[in-house]
Write a protein that binds this ligand. Structure first.
Ligand SMILES: [Zn+2]
Ligand SMILES: [Zn+2]
Length: 151
């Protein structure tokens, strides 16, 4: 399996917004919810939860899109690529769409969420599947388990 090398750089489809990560993901995810289906124009979205101190925009200014709600979805204002999400009420990690990274061959989702809404044929290699979301208490052991797989 290819591995993540840090720091890792990436950007949107057109390159007007560029970013850099210098921390490993806490958790990697695929989300099958119908909102992610719409926003990704695909069967599911991919996320890598990057600690906020290890996430940096190095070029350009992403704009808020999606539902413009409590969770902030950030896009390139020119090519409209959905780049990352700052989840509601959480400022210590950023959910980066891992395919923004120039090299993302290392990425695999560790968990998948909202399988209750998934397309019948959609399958991922996730180790844990949830019909909706893990409970709040489940995240800490999941993060620990994921870290173990990356050691
Ligand atoms: Zn762009
Ligand atoms: Zn979703």
């Amino acid at each position: 399996m290819p591995t993540l090398t840090l720091p890792a750089e990436g950007g949107c489809r057109c390159g007007r917004v560029r970013l850099k990560i210098s921390a490993k993901p806490l958790l990697t995810m695929a989300c099958h919810c119908t909102g992610c289906q719409s926003m990704s124009s695909s069967a599911y979205s991919l996320s890598a939860a990057i600690p906020a101190e290890g996430f940096e925009i190095t070029k350009g200014e992403p704009v808020v899109g999606g539902l413009h709600g409590a969770s902030k979805h950030y896009f390139c204002g020119y090519c409209m690529t959905w780049m990352f999400t700052r989840p509601e009420g959480i400022d210590w990690f950023v959910n980066l769409r891992p395919t923004m990274l120039d090299d993302h061959a290392w990425f695999a989702p560790f968990i998948e969420t909202w399988t209750s809404e998934k397309l019948p044929w959609a399958a991922t290699s996730a180790v844990h599947s949830y019909e909706a979301l893990p409970s709040f208490e489940e995240y800490e052991p999941l993060v620990a388990e994921y870290a173990g797989t990356q050691a």
